[in-house]
Design a protein around this ligand. Sequence first.
Ligand code: AMP
Length: 534
Amino acid sequence: MDSQLTITSIMEHADKIHGASEIVSFTADNPEHRYSYKDAFQRTRQLANALKDLQFKRGDRIATLAWNDYRHFELYYAISCSGQICHTINPRLFPEQIEFIINHAEDKLIFTDPMFLPLLEALKSRLPTVEGYVVLTSEQNMPDCTLENVHCYETFISEHSEEFDWPSLDENTASSMCYTSGTTGNPKGVVYSHRSTVLHSLVGSLPDAMNLSGSDVIMPIVPMFHVNAWGTSYSAPLVGAKLVFPGPKMADGETLTKLINTEKVNYSLGVPTVWLALVEYLNASGNSVDSLKSVVVGGAACPLSLMHAMDKYGIYMHVGWGMTEMSPLGSYNKPMEWMKDVSEEEKDAYRVRAGRMVYGVEMKIVDDNNKALPWDGIASGLLMVKGPWVCNGYFKLEDQPALDKDGWFDTGDMASIDEYGYVVITDRVKDVIKSGGEWISSIEVENAAMAHDQVQEAAVIGVPHPKWTERPLLIVIPSEGADPDKHEIIKSLEGKIAKWWIPEDCVFVEEIPHTATGKISKKDLRERFKEYAY
Ligand code: AMP
């Protein structure tokens, strides 16, 4: 039958079949909110009725500025299944970027956590398309604010019917949108469809990807404003898994540990920074997280030292690779059957890789002349992808094609792929260090440096060099209480990476800048060290 693959179908399935599964949230106004999928979708229908009264058109953008919690979950479904586009905004961006994004998307209504009201108050006179605001809280916690046409979420939905007749949507209807801030230029809007979301959720749940089922307790520590919490707000209801939302306390080791232990979380998702925070807290407090068996780490390269630190607590880290333009899943790292017999070193060599591409995603690596390179684990080139959840263009930038003439999307990542299909992300194209015409993988140098026990975080950038054009510079935050010697750190890289990749110098800093999505901001580091010369 020609059934449409819509987010509505996920919601209706979860409502009927997984109604009893729980959603537990830590929110600013309620540290222990708990209800079932049945309750969630009942409130979603009330919210849909409230939205209907405002008479939005198909495809209108309705924005959210919120952390991970149950109200944000309700918005995901009510907005998309009503035929509007749920536009999740990253509140960590600079105010000017948020202003640009809201205006570019032409958002009509903004649902916001109370803590972002000052930000919106400062921007309000420059947001001409925004007709109103809804604050995600209850009447008793509703703060005073100077915004016009502002509602309290609980009041906004409370008087509406729990029945709603969802519209029949074509599966290619736009469902949601997330802006990605590249290293240059303005942020660009990536629009997802109902179809792309459903297919991505199905494949993401497969055993060789996240392996999700109704017996899992999942805590997405990746924000719902960053590529839909890597799809978990859809894949958890699809399989009936219990969901645990940490609210604003995303990188707080103590809150995460408490939630994992009380809710028996067994699977979680986050960027390396989150896992560093968790391990640091566990080491310092002597606590453990016995139920947590595995996590996916993505968004940036994960050092082996962090994987080993997590191993000690019985948590296996799977690397996932993807990007906003890919919904985000492209590849996932699961060991293959034959690997059980190989040495620990060889297992380690595989587990840090970005994994193998999942069904649905096609990949190739190409050289500077767009010639496909072999999958031999050595050749490294620009990674190109295709697939039903890969974007084919950016919102309102139809004049700037995102695909090449053969329909491939350029990821901007450099990678090698081996005979089994394991991908190694060697660099972002813009971050590649060219030394004497040959390139150096900053990621590999960083990972090697992170293995040193006096290094808390490491970053590598290219700096000008009179002979080699560019040479790598190692930038390190020392571990707490440590007083490392830079020559000793540089020496520790010997044997771990090619000799000529070893930086000649290492500088210590108190802080390494990160982007709003948790990646090391090489752009800011290059700016900071622009006067540095070998
Ligand atoms: P975003 O669109 O913000 O999710 O960023 C996507 C980019 O993050 C990718 O193009 C990569 O450069 C980087 N990235 C994501 N996952 C990984 C990974 N496992 N290893 C290295 N880089 C990654």
